[in-house]
Design a protein around this ligand. Sequence first.
Ligand code: BGC
Length: 797
Amino acid sequence: MRFYYPATLGLALLLARPALAQVPASASPAAPQLGKASLKEVLAALTPEEKVRLVVGVGFYPAGFPPGLLPPGPPGGDKLPEKVPGAAGRTHAVPRLGIPSLTLSDGPAGVRIDPIRGKDSTKTYYATAFPVATLLASSWDTALVRRVGVAFGSEVRAYGIDVLLAPGMNIHRNPLGGRNFEYYSEDPVVAGHVAAALVRGVQSNGVGTSIKHFAANEQEFNRMQLNSKVSERALREVYLRGFRIAVQQAQPWTVMSSYNKINGTYTSESRDLLTTLLRGEWGFKGLVMTDWYGGHDAVAQLKAGNDLLEPGTLVQYEVVTAALQSGQLSTAQLDQNVTRVLELVLKSPAFKGYQPTSAPALKANAAVARQAAAESMVLLRNQGQALPLQAGQRLAVFGNAGYQLIAGGTGSGDVNKAYTISVAQGLTNTGYNVSSTLGQAYAQYLQAEKAKLPKQRGILDPVPVIPEMPLPAGQLPDYAQNSDVAVVALGRSAGEGGDRQVAGDFTLTAPERVLLRQVSGAFHGQGKKVVVVLNVGGVMEVASWRDQADAILLAWQPGQEGGNAVADVLSGQVNPSGKLATTFPIVYDDVPYGQNFPGKLLDASAKGGGLMGAPAENTYEEGIYVGYRYFNTFKVAPAYEFGYGLSYTTFGYGPLKLSSATFGGKLTATLTVTNTGKVPGKEVVQLYLSAPKGKLDKPASELRAFAKTGLLAPGQSQALTFSLSAADLASFDTAASAWVADAGTYTVQAGASSLAIKQRATFTVPRALVVEKSRPLLVPQQPLADLKAGQMAPVGR
Ligand code: BGC
């Protein structure tokens, strides 16, 4: 693994090291103390050198990295004892002023720290692997996500971490995004509300979060030099909207800027993004930190409002010091950055003297992880009521993923967990009679294949795929004879460091196709059912093979308790109530501009491709038409649409009542949902809005609110209320630099998915409303036309 080492900063290393006044390291009684004296007094007491240290992290010294591979940290950083081994980042302490060091740690599905410290393995430091973000969003249940956040945050606190580097909330723009599992949805309203719920839960423990990666970081390709070219409208309506919701609803303690540029400027160096928009327009009160080694020009970052440079390098320390001395960086600017660091310190457990227990409630939190997973899995198909399975049935579990659960993705989104429960194990735990002959064959095969795999060199190395075990065709009739149902588990892993491929990743591999064909042939031949469990972190092609399965459960990457949660759903102990927060297209070529993903090198002869890579760009040509906004507006049928998901029961939707037929600044929509089936269940109701034809081109409909019922017994009803504000009606008019709601008739639609609209109601807006004025921000270098419905021919079809 190589790390990008900014060229101009490298040059600065050649310059003479600027010398700043040395200061006593220990507390001096006369010096003002943080928390006791005012911030102004503390600032005045800080030396310039201490100020520079406070905005540049201590460096990164992960175990197992050969010396010299990572850029060196600021002077002395490598000597500071590490408080939480494996945590990704730290800030400098200034003990004489009572300023402690903060510890920052990944990641989005659980605390990522080293499970073993030094040679002593008598005590372990495992963390709970919660389900990945994409699964949590499929719950559409903010109360559930908040509970996950509370449990998650309790581990952050117990381990002595001050800020969790999560949640990730970029947009599922394309199914091949390698880090999509770390993110929630293709829709910013879902992403924003779910992220806000997680932030509130985590922060209720008195620890911080860092919503990331701000923004337009939807691919890994050349990520540190990639320019995301996006129209202002698409940025505002799709890529920034979720962050805005999370900021305004939950005030995360920090935001992490992303690696990429937006329209020519690194996000970490963009004052438009970090100051004018985030702080000015949205009212963010916290600190902004870089992504690890992100950006290019440390001084520009501080000036933009990126207060903390993580993990911190010697070069950054040198460059900022020199800029302070030359006046290129003003003391006033640095003081503002330092103030934000100090405000963060004041809130932290480290400052408050919390003594980490390193003993999180792993057992209780595993139960939370299991419940969240079971409540969020999406039942995609259930022909002839193949599910739920009957108690005590004989099951034959096929597929590597049936025996080796993929709990989550890789890279910084991975978690060092104590165990994982496989699908076969979970079904056994639930009382099913799972074929042990087949289990043994898989165990032997997987053990032999694992021994052949190359050794992982680092966390960004992709996990090598073990091909599906070839099944002797002659044995299948026996398995079918001796079992009631076949369960075929198919797995996918991806993560930081690369994007996914179409062949054999988005689509099935050849051995997977053979497996499905054989199992389905043998079992269906004997009148037995086939259930497919998808243990995946991202969207897959399902249309070409789904007919071979009676039922398909999308289990996502469900965290360490995944196998138990799958069994909860397959057995009917939990009635599935998850719905897709991201579209499943029929074929990859249906994804708008999918052929242009993940972007192109600016110099075709450059050796790019990797993380640090070479200068590259990716144009978000589809504009606002991301996910269902595209599929539903351009009438491209998906395999499973946004918002889709089945249940073991059925629901009736009563009439949709609006508080007024004319919009007067606010409106409520009410509707009653009834469980019309035979078993208890929960329903997610989605509220979409269609705008009248006006000056701007608009998607067919856009999600504006959602709610989930409680567990409704058969016959039981629940009234749900949604509210719509003027902002919910508005689109961003780039020419006017304003959010504008056109005059005319709006249609509110209550749906069981984006296509299964159950009830409609209309209201009018008598005169166009200018909801919010802004000014041109993050403007593309060359104009990017906003795409118009009907004008776009998707590439590849
Ligand atoms: C990732 C971040 C992560 C950071 C610290 C970066 O490579 O992009 O998401 O928080 O590393 O591990």
